[in-house]
Design a protein around this ligand. Structure first.
Ligand code: 5GP
Length: 218
């Protein structure tokens, strides 16, 4: 009994972590949004993908991506070390399995900055835990402008990225949530709301089973 006469609260187990897959065409602000979400939520970790593409200026190995060779990537495929992997712009991208498993078992949420193929693979692999969010730019012209201003890609790559953007956007209806990033602060707020509501879902609280049994027995 607690001091106020009510039975002491019973054990509340750990919740299951949310696997939050964020997709968008390049330049829609997804990377900035995911970084800000992480800095605001200490229980959230970012899944660092492995890629065979070259690092862009300012990108840090092990932080933005694990930049690895095509040979090492193939070896990881053979070793079944990826949760999912895909070929994008002729380069390979994959989500290493081990860190995701570790985080989920620990009750932490994992954010994935992945394309529609990755989001689909993630939802198939973990249907109860995966939550898919698509970030839309307010217009394609703005997207192209952002890519140019970023100054990280050659004009022909920007052309490729714009073609790819349309293809990526065509998958928007496969997502659980869609956010139009026309106002960064509001988009971030919406992303936080999604995360916090998803954390409260019944399935994410397996301890409830025991809790309900206990209160029914009282
Ligand atoms: P970027 O080269 O601009 O960093 O990424 C290109 C595309 O690859 C983006 O749409 C990004 O979300 C996607 N991507 C990054 N990592 C992964 C991954 O591990 N798996 C999949 N399927 N896509 C990824």
């Amino acid at each position: 009994m607690s001091s106020d006469g009510f039975p002491a609260p019973i054990f509340r187990g750990r919740r299951r972590g949310v696997l939050l897959a964020l997709s968008s065409p390049s330049g829609a602000g997804k990377t900035t949004l995911s970084k800000r979400l992480l800095s605001q939520n200490p229980d959230v970790v970012l899944s660092v993908s492995a890629t065979t593409r070259e690092p862009r200026p300012g990108e840090v190995d092990g932080q933005d991506y694990h930049f690895i060779s095509a040979e090492d990537f193939k070896k990881m495929i053979e070793d079944d070390a990826f949760f999912e992997w895909a070929e994008v712009f002729g380069r390979y991208y994959g989500t290493p399995k081990a860190p995701v498993m570790e985080a989920v078992e620990d009750g932490r949420d994992v954010v994935f900055d992945i394309d529609w193929q990755g989001a689909q693979a993630l939802a198939a692999a973990a249907p109860d835990d995966a939550v898919r969010v698509f970030i839309l730019p307010p217009s394609l012209a703005l997207l192209e402008d952002r890519l140019r201003k970023r100054g990280q890609d050659a004009p022909e790559i920007i052309k490729d990225r714009m073609a790819r953007a349309k293809d990526e956007i065509s998958h928007w209806h496969e997502y659980d949530y869609v956010i139009v990033n026309d106002d960064f602060a509001r988009a971030l707020e919406k992303l936080n709301e999604i995360l916090h509501a998803e954390r409260l879902k019944r399935l994410r609280h397996p301890w409830l089973e025991e809790f309900v049994d206990a209160i029914m027995d009282q």
